[in-house]
Design a protein around this ligand. Structure first.
Ligand SMILES: [Zn+2]
Length: 108
């Protein structure tokens, strides 16, 4: 699953790195695409917290969701968040609502 997302990113010429993303408008950032560098950054702390919560498989699917969400923006050059969520959901089996709930947990 995560390997598939990473392969697809590589095929699109995009590198995926774990970094410290910090906060944006008071909320922790989860994932970000840098179009100039062609890099998708996934927040290291979010991934660590997910793994620490004890479900490595879900952590991997969650990260895969975030990668595919960003890849959708890369591929179709659109900021359509709902479409990006649907794209990621179809590939990971993680419901967009569940993804959002987990994101909210990190935003407290
Ligand atoms: Zn997005």
């Amino acid at each position: 699953m995560l390997a598939d997302a990473l392969r697809e990113a590589a095929a699109a010429g995009v590198r995926v790195v774990a970094i410290e993303l910090g906060r944006w408008q008071g909320r922790p950032l989860l994932a970000e695409f840098d179009p100039a560098a062609k890099i998708i950054g996934i927040d290291r702390k979010v991934v660590e917290r997910l793994r620490a919560a004890g479900d490595g498989e879900f952590a991997n699917r969650f990260v895969a969701f975030a990668i595919w969400h960003e890849l959708y923006h890369v591929r179709y050059s659109t900021r359509d968040e709902r479409a990006a969520h649907e794209y990621a959901s179809a590939r990971t089996g993680v419901a967009a609502a569940l993804f959002e709930n987990v994101v909210r947990e990190f935003q407290r």
